[in-house]
Write a protein that binds this ligand. Structure first.
Ligand code: GLA
Length: 388
């Protein structure tokens, strides 16, 4: 199995560099069935952990330095735990430094370590490659040092790291899923209080497939933070009417439209999208639990429309792929997934028609954008764990 191959790859390189005595950990990327840009608005999301993951081999260092090797970037960074600061040369190391920084801010002591990591979560594809790395590091350090953080506490720590150290004001969905997912189940997560329930993914004759636009998004780019700031402006304006409003979660669609005049038009659009998407997540959970896949698929299309026209985080490539699925009866639903501006669409397609659908869209995509379309089947798998 591929996952063990990657774990072995990390371990072999560790042993070549430092000898025996390493532990190996893994933490997965995620898909999100529905509920986009709702997490940082204290809303609902419906993600699932997948079989693509980050793998970390880690053991003690015998001097005062830590050495971390990325097999994928073919690079080793050496640093001292007494001097943790953001680096501008190797951006991947910052996801690790940020986690160390947070543990230390919590007053914990970490001993010097050596580590080697590799991952098969595609970078910049909306599958949370960075959260997988943050989660595997947090999980490993917590386990080795017996810090006794619960999984949701590690997720919060990783989110703080991304917000404060990396500078992306993301929500908690990605790391929470990497640390709490379950085989064959999605997580219906309330991002307000982190209560959740698992929703079985019984997809009958259908399967989840990703179409990769090949356009790499950069969440650290300002657009993500801009959207979040727009939602916060909306909350602030509505607080003038009702001081008890803390987040968009406290606002109903009716209340929002009654006070539309208080908001800048763009802020109103953003808020309206978030509130509608929250409702879609709750309805989607019911549909999945009742096996109403066709109705669930309609919600996927509706989610995409909101992201395209009201939240404005899609791009022509994503829209093209979703549009080309609409008239295909074998596709029940399609939508952009993750932060947006590139990455993958998520599609719910009849098993027997997956190849045919792909073959009909790929040439059209090439003609329109001059890019090769790649397809990936999604397998829902376990969350972060210690392998050895
Ligand atoms: C990124 C962020 C998440 C979430 C999604 C959009 O993946 O890291 O917190 O906001 O975008 O749903």
């Amino acid at each position: 199995m591929k996952k063990w191959l990657l774990a072995d790859k990390a371990l072999n390189e560790y042993e070549r560099l430092y000898g025996r005595g390493a532990w190996v950990f893994r933490a997965p990327g995620r898909i999100n069935l529905i509920g986009e840009h709702t997490d940082y608005n204290e809303g609902f999301v419906l993600p699932a952990s997948i079989d693509k993951a980050a793998y970390l081999a880690i053991g003690p260092s015998h001097d005062r330095y830590c050495r971390v090797t990325s097999l994928d970037f073919n690079e080793t960074v050496t640093f001292s735990l007494e001097d943790i600061k953001k680096q501008s040369t190797s951006t991947w190391i910052n996801y690790i430094l940020g986690i160390l920084d947070q543990f230390m801010r919590d007053g914990l002591t970490i001993g010097p370590f050596n580590a080697v990591f590799t991952a098969d979560v595609p970078i910049g594809g909306g599958l949370s490659s960075s959260a997988a790395l943050e989660s595997v590091v947090a999980f490993a350090l917590n386990d080795i040092n017996q810090f006794r953080y619960e999984r949701h506490e590690m997720a919060k720590l990783a989110q703080r790291s991304e917000n404060e150290f990396i500078g992306v004001r993301c929500g908690i969905m990605d790391m929470f899923t990497s640390l709490n997912g379950h085989d064959q189940q999605a997580i219906c997560l309330d991002c307000r209080d982190l209560s959740y329930r698992h929703v079985p993914l019984n997809l009958q004759d259908y399967q989840l497939v990703l179409f990769d636009t090949g356009v790499k998004h950069a969440l650290a780019g300002s657009e993500f933070n801009t959207r979040r700031a727009e939602c916060e402006r909306g909350v602030k304006s509505l607080q003038a009417v009702d001081a008890s409003i803390r987040s968009l979660r406290d606002v109903s669609l009716d209340f929002l439209s009654d006070h539309q005049s208080l908001l800048e038009p763009v802020v109103y659009q953003r808020c309206r999208y978030v509130l509608s998407e929250n409702q879609r997540v709750l309805t989607a959970c019911q549909y999945l639990e009742q096996g109403q896949l066709a109705w669930f698929g309609q919600l996927m299309y509706a989610s995409h429309e909101g992201l395209q026209h009201y939240y404005e985080v899609s791009c022509p490539e994503l829209d093209f792929l979703v549009d080309h699925c609409r008239d295909k009866s074998a596709v029940l639903g399609a939508r952009m997934m993750g932060g947006g501006f590139g990455g993958n669409t998520l599609n719910l397609i009849l098993n027997s028609a997956v190849e045919e659908v792909f073959q009909s869209i790929a040439p059209a995509y090439m003609k329109q954008f001059g890019r090769t379309l790649h397809m990936m089947e999604v397998n829902i798998a376990e969350s972060a764990s210690c392998i050895t």
